[in-house]
Design a protein around this ligand. Structure first.
Ligand SMILES: Nc1nc2c(ncn2[C@@H]2O[C@H](COP(=O)(O)OP(=O)(O)OP(=O)(O)O)[C@@H](O)[C@H]2O)c(=O)[nH]1
Ligand SMILES: [Mg+2]
Length: 283
């Protein structure tokens, strides 16, 4: 082998090794961030869907996030998470992900694994599709298949068709509306349907399972009993007269518990200053 070629090969190999190390670093820091996020009481959703559907555009529209948007396959190579405030002031963490495809190029496997982890851990999914694509049903099936392999196909999913500005009132669009009566039809570009999407997201948060941290007086026996009956308790810590509980529970129950605790504070059953300083479960 020519020495020049040998040198080039070595240089490429060193570059690949460096990339691998960097990727491992990214994966580690993402795992830490995610751990923090899991503890946080804010619900989270992942925007998933075939590449080029407009996922990054949607995240930018909803949050102002400065994410890369391009009319090419795999514009997004890493996941980005931003917080938005829903109309009822409820915060929601939204994650933009790497596009789904039928045959994933090898170089994207790492990046895509991160996407799958995000999808698996989120409270619910927003499955975004490009309504202007003739192959939209194939893209739908591909994404659902990948989600099924991940065991996330049963996850609560809000289906949304983007780019309706490109299709007008076509027969194809009417067909999609019939096939997906619960889907939201929108255009990130014109803004049509965005408000409806946000309302539906708020509904999902309210009715879905959420992770919350509560600080409950030990004297509130019935509330504690209810939580043990209806929630999955992840952590319990005794802190003086209080129990700090981290639980996964239906959003409506979380809201009811929060209201109960607020009422108790208002009636001075719990010291209100203690309540506002220490209670994290304000969601
Ligand atoms: N006409 C039209 N184009 C849109 C709309 N939303 C997004 N696009 C365009 O679609 C292309 C892809 O948008 P992205 O947001 O990068 O798509 P993505 O799903 O994040 O793509 P990947 O990161 O590759 O998976 C861009 O050229 C956008 O400008 C829309 O509502 N209408
Ligand atoms: Mg993208």
């Amino acid at each position: 082998m020519k020495p020049q070629l040998e040198q080039d090969k070595r240089r490429v190999r060193t570059a690949i090794d460096r990339c691998k190390r960097e990727l491992e670093q990214v994966r580690l820091s993402r795992a830490t961030q995610r751990k923090d996020r899991k503890r946080a009481p804010v619900p989270n959703a992942a925007i998933v869907g075939y590449t080029n559907a407009g996922k990054s555009s949607l995240l930018r529209r909803l949050t102002g996030a400065d994410v890369l948007i391009e009319d090419k396959l795999f514009a997004t190579l890493d996941t980005t998470t931003r917080k938005i405030a829903l109309p009822n002031k409820q915060p929601l963490l939204l994650t933009d992900t790497v596009g789904f495809v039928r045959k994933l190029p090898h170089r994207l496997v790492e990046a895509f694994n991160a996407t799958l982890e995000e999808a698996a851990l989120s409270d619910f999914l927003i499955h975004l599709l490009d309504a202007s694509q003739p192959e939209v049903m194939e893209y739908y099936n591909t994404t659902m298949k990948v989600l099924a392999e991940l065991g996330a196909d049963a996850k609560r999913t809000l289906i949304a068709f983007n780019k309706i500005d490109k299709v007008g009132d076509s027969a194809a669009l009417a067909g999609l509306r019939r096939h997906f009566p619960d889907a939201v039809f929108l255009s990130v570009h014109t803004g049509e349907g965005i408000e409806e999407l946000v309302e539906r997201m708020a509904e999902f948060v309210a009715t879905g399972m959420v992770t919350r941290e509560f600080l409950i007086p030990q004297s509130a026996g019935s509330l504690l009993a209810q939580l043990h009956r209806q929630a999955r308790i992840l952590e319990t810590h005794y802190e003086g007269e209080f129990v700090r509980i981290v639980a996964v529970l239906p959003g409506r129950l979380a809201e009811a518990c929060e209201n109960l605790l607020k009422e108790a504070a208002a009636k001075n059953l719990i010291d209100p200053t203690f309540f506002t300083d220490k209670l994290i479960a304000t969601g």
